[in-house]
Design a protein around this ligand. Structure first.
Ligand code: ZN
Length: 234
């Protein structure tokens, strides 16, 4: 048994992350050891598919319970989310949290180049002065959607207790000024097609995910804004 303390915690965290990655592999959401064409046009040896991360209900429930356990000591009135996959996870987090919070969601949209999130009027009374809100996201990328959600909560007088998510790309070092708990914190390299070591090795290009909705991180990670396709309206 390793001695208790910081080192043991770090080892635990590493083991836990491996388990979570393995779960995401089982759903088919996390793929590795290939040569993917990303929706952004970049090439990469790994891919995480936002759509597939919540397809196995028992896995999603298990992962949601881990997030809920992390935030169990904080009172939470509302679990707030946006986006289909994130909402499924948010349901599982809310179900497992000891405060028995309400589940609410914001809708996503795009106006010209700007993203926006809107709280349906029916939810206005559940988030107001002093409401403690836990935000749940599936993949944290640039954190742009999260910033919008935090602003939405605070404008209504609520407080964001924390942010729970499945996957965070750690190299982007998103600082939202709130505690973030992520089941996986992982980054993988992406390459310009003209400078791709996988191409140089002659590996065939897997185009399976090329037309997926671009994840925010790929769209923003070094690709010029002009190449970014607008997201469909929520
Ligand atoms: Zn390549």
């Amino acid at each position: 048994m390793p001695p208790p303390g910081k080192k043991a915690n770090a080892v635990d965290a590493e083991v836990r992350e491996k388990i979570h990655l393995e779960i995401l592999k089982r759903t088919g959401a996390y793929r590795t050891g290939d040569h993917f064409l990303l929706p952004s046009g970049h090439h990469a040896p790994e891919y995480i598919d936002k759509v597939l991360v919540t397809t196995e209900p028992s896995f999603t429930e298990g992962l949601g319970a881990v997030v809920a356990k992390h935030f169990a000591a904080w009172p939470v009135d509302v679990v707030l989310s946006t986006g289909l996959g994130a909402l499924i996870l948010a349901h599982c987090v809310a179900r497992a949290h000891p405060s028995r919070p309400i589940l609410a969601y914001a809708t996503k949209g795009v106006t010209g180049p700007r993203r926006l999130v809107t709280l349906p009027e029916e939810f206005h009374k559940v988030i107001d002065q002093g409401t403690k809100v836990l935000i749940v996201e599936d993949l944290i990328t640039t954190g742009e959607t999260l910033r919008l959600l935090i602003r939405l909560v605070e404008r209504r007088g609520g407080q964001v207790t924390g942010i729970g998510c499945l996957w965070q790309r750690n190299s982007l070092r998103v600082d939202l000024g709130r505690p973030i708990f992520s089941l996986v914190s992982r980054d993988f390299p992406t390459y310009d097609p003209g400078d791709c070591p996988l191409c140089r090795q002659g590996l065939p290009l897997n185009r399976e995910f090329a037309r997926a909705e671009p994840a925010e991180e790929e769209a923003r990670g070094g690709v010029k804004p002009g190449r970014r396709r607008p997201l469909p309206r929520a």
